[in-house]
Write a protein that binds this ligand. Structure first.
Ligand SMILES: [Zn+2]
Length: 142
C-alpha cells in the first residue's frame, strides 16, 4: 500500500435475497487518491513506474478527461479492482466502470484470437447492469 492509497474492505461474499444465499464474486476494491497512484499500481507489477512508460502522459490525460479509470488485478487469490475517480465524477459512471471491472472476474471470460474486444464487450454488459441498477437505487434520475 502506498501512502496515497486508501483501502476499504470488499463487499460481503454473499447476500440473502428472498431467503436464498446469493454468492458474490471474490473481489477487493482499492480506491486510489490520484491517477498517479493508480498508475503506480498498474505499472508496478511490471517492474515499471508510470514515468517509464512512453504512453503514460496520454493515458494520464485520458484518465483525467474521463474523470476516472479502473483495472482489475487478477494475479492474487482475491482479485483487486484498483480505481480512481475525481471528486466530481458522476457516480453512475463510476458504477459503470467498477461494474465493468467486476465483470472481468465474473462468469466465463471470452477470449478470441480474432477479436480482442469480445471480453471488453462482455464486461461492458456488467458495467451497464451496474449503471442501470445504481440509477434506480438512487431514485431513477436521468
Ligand atoms: Zn475491461
Amino acid at each position: 500500500m502506498t501512502s496515497g492509497t486508501r483501502r476499504k474492505p470488499g463487499p460481503a461474499s454473499a447476500l440473502i435475497i428472498g431467503g436464498l444465499k446469493r454468492g458474490l464474486p471474490r473481489v477487493r476494491f482499492v480506491r486510489h487518491r490520484t491517477p498517479q497512484c493508480l498508475g503506480r499500481a498498474f505499472f508496478g507489477p511490471m517492474g515499471a513506474k508510470p514515468d517509464d512508460i512512453a504512453e503514460w502522459p496520454a493515458m494520464l490525460a485520458s484518465i483525467r478527461e474521463m474523470g476516472g479509470w479502473a483495472f482489475v488485478e487478477t494475479e492474487k487469490k482475491t482479485p483487486v479492482v484498483h480505481w480512481w475517480a475525481s471528486a466530481r465524477a458522476d457516480r453512475l459512471r463510476v458504477a459503470y466502470v467498477l461494474g465493468h471491472e467486476v465483470g472481468h472476474i465474473s462468469g466465463r471470460p471470452l477470449r478470441s484470437l480474432r477479436n480482442d474486444w469480445r471480453e471488453e464487450l462482455r464486461a461492458d454488459e456488467y458495467g451497464a447492469a451496474a449503471f442501470l441498477a445504481m440509477q434506480q437505487a438512487l431514485g431513477g434520475r436521468r
